[in-house]
Write a protein that binds this ligand. Structure first.
Ligand code: ASP
Length: 327
């Protein structure tokens, strides 16, 4: 865990105390911090850091950062990601700022940057969530181009292999198992950041679980599950099996645990432990992973199982960290 440095000179403080002078509030110099999920977070953090290190806002950093990954058409997020079991990519995203403003899109098709559409929902509508056709129409009205909807070459190959392996017939309802979330098979980037002014924001963007049922929505666009920010306390973001993250209201539960005084890592751990307690027999092949950042710039992550990593960027650090885990 790393601590944000706030500079209050010890010498200055003790001199003031010795002289009996009352200490005036100082303007605290803050060092921004950004963290994001998985190895892809390294590239997203680079972009976010360009903004944060020049005094930019956390909200801009978390939007621009994850857009980099949405742009990578052979990656795990955005239109290049794994499709649903009917072979179509449907995207979910959410964004939240330091004033409880939030926006999200669900089941969005053929739009390259769902995170930016989510931000427009937040800034230009009285709503928090837009889904499906309505979300797509809103994106078009806002000037986002309609993309082709074709699978990327990697996604198309993976989908054909999955169809062969499972024998799944598109349009037939089936209980075919979902592909479990692993370092090679995850479709989300979540990012949380604090800026020089001490304001927190977060973003989360995903194509959801690979080969999900058509219409399925996970945790990522649900404020309080996949993402939550309370600027007095901290921010949290999730990746992994969305159904289990929703069940425990993952991100907001972590923020509440930090409010009770737990460190970011312990707060993440407390929610993973709760899930393990309440769903113990139903977590075979399930991965759930959380990241948290508090108002002091301390951060941490925790996962149900091994394999989760997260990227951290501060003025002194640029690193990919293997998360601690329960099992
Ligand atoms: N959390 C995402 C979902 O359930 C999946 C992921 O993190 O890869 O939609």
């Amino acid at each position: 865990m790393t601590t944000r440095r706030t500079f209050l000179s010890g010498a200055l403080a003790s001199a003031a105390a010795a002289s009996g002078a009352s200490l005036k509030p100082l303007t605290l110099s803050r060092t921004p911090v950004v963290l994001s999920t998985w190895e892809t977070g390294m590239r997203a953090n680079d972009k976010a850091w360009e903004i944060l290190s020049y005094g930019g806002k956390a909200l801009d950093a978390v939007e621009e950062g994850v857009r980099v990954i949405e742009d990578e058409l052979n990656c795990c997020v955005g239109l290049g990601a794994h499709p649903d079991r009917e072979g179509r990519v449907t995207l979910d995203a959410s964004i939240m700022d330091h004033r409880f403003n939030c926006g999200s899109v669900l089941f969005l098709e053929r739009i390259k940057h769902p995170i930016s559409v989510a931000r427009r929902v937040m800034e230009k509508t009285p709503h928090v969530m837009l889904a499906g056709e309505g979300a797509q129409q809103f994106a078009l009205d806002e000037g986002f181009p309609l993309e082709s909807g074709e699978l990327s070459p990697d996604a198309a190959r993976g989908y054909q292999a999955w169809l062969k392996k499972t024998g799944y017939q598109p349009r037939a309802r089936s209980s075919t198992a979902l592909a479990p979330v692993s370092p090679q098979n995850h479709d989300t980037i979540g990012m949380i950041a604090i800026d020089e002014s001490g304001n927190l924001s977060g973003s989360c963007t995903t194509s959801g679980l690979a080969y999900k049922m058509r219409g399925r929505i996970g945790d990522s666009p649900i404020i309080g599950a996949g993402l939550y920010v309370d600027n007095d306390i901290g921010a949290a973001v999730a990746t992994g099996q969305g159904e289990d993250i929703v069940r425990v209201a993952g991100a907001s539960s972590i923020v509440e645990a930090m409010r009770r005084g737990l460190s970011p890592e312990k707060a993440c751990r407390s929610v993973v432990e709760k899930l393990a307690r309440v769903r113990r027999d139903q977590l075979k092949d399930v991965q759930v992973c959380f990241l948290a950042l508090n108002k002091q710039g301390e951060y941490g992550g925790f996962a149900l199982r091994s394999g989760f990593s997260f990227a951290v960027r501060t003025a002194k650090l640029k690193t990919l960290t293997a998360s601690r885990f329960l099992w």
